[in-house]
Design a protein around this ligand. Structure first.
Ligand code: HEC
Length: 135
């Protein structure tokens, strides 16, 4: 009985510390300025393939709505930044600095109707591991 209670408490602590570290993108994790810079970079580095309105084109998936949901939900933004850094643009991956990719991610979030807030998305790189797109 005593052991059972202990296990319960340990589990409870584990679960609460794991969830306490997560921050939802719905809580305003980028600034309007991030998204504006992201819009400019998206226009020059991504739009030819993914479309002006992120609607997708040919092999390039859309980055809003249903296709955004499929690729982004439940994942931390740090993972998304790494994937983009390592694979995009496909003909020259790795060419974009992290700061630019983070701005583009802010723009993608804005286009998926997540709100801007007071803190720049790139202000604290470690925080990107905690910011998650809710399911
Ligand atoms: C030359 C065309 C091209 C350009 C430029 C390009 N993409 Fe892509 N992108 C693709 C194609 C094709 C795919 C699907 C195949 C793949 O995942 O490699 C893709 C897939 C993706 C995915 C989904 C990856 C996943 O695993 O979930 C994301 C996110 C993405 N691109 C973001 C970007 C961003 C941001 C930029 C600009 C910095 C960009 N792409 C520039 C063609 C392009």
């Amino acid at each position: 009985m005593k052991r059972c209670v202990l296990t319960f408490i340990t589990l409870g602590l584990y679960v609460s510390s794991a969830t306490a570290q997560q921050v939802s993108v719905a809580s305003g994790v980028f600034t309007e300025a991030d998204a504006q810079r992201g819009l400019a970079s998206y226009g020059s580095a991504c739009a030819t393939c993914h479309g002006r309105n992120l609607e997708g084109k040919g092999d390039a998936p859309g980055l809003v709505g249903v296709s955004f949901n499929a690729g982004w939900k439940g994942k931390p933004l740090s993972e998304r930044v790494s994937v983009i850094k390592e694979t995009m643009p496909p003909n020259n991956p790795g060419i974009l600095p992290d700061e630019t990719i983070i701005d583009v991610v802010a723009y993608i979030l804005k286009m998926n109707k997540y709100p801007a807030g007071a803190t720049s998305l790139g202000a604290d790189r470690a925080r990107l591991e905690q910011i998650v797109v809710p399911r």
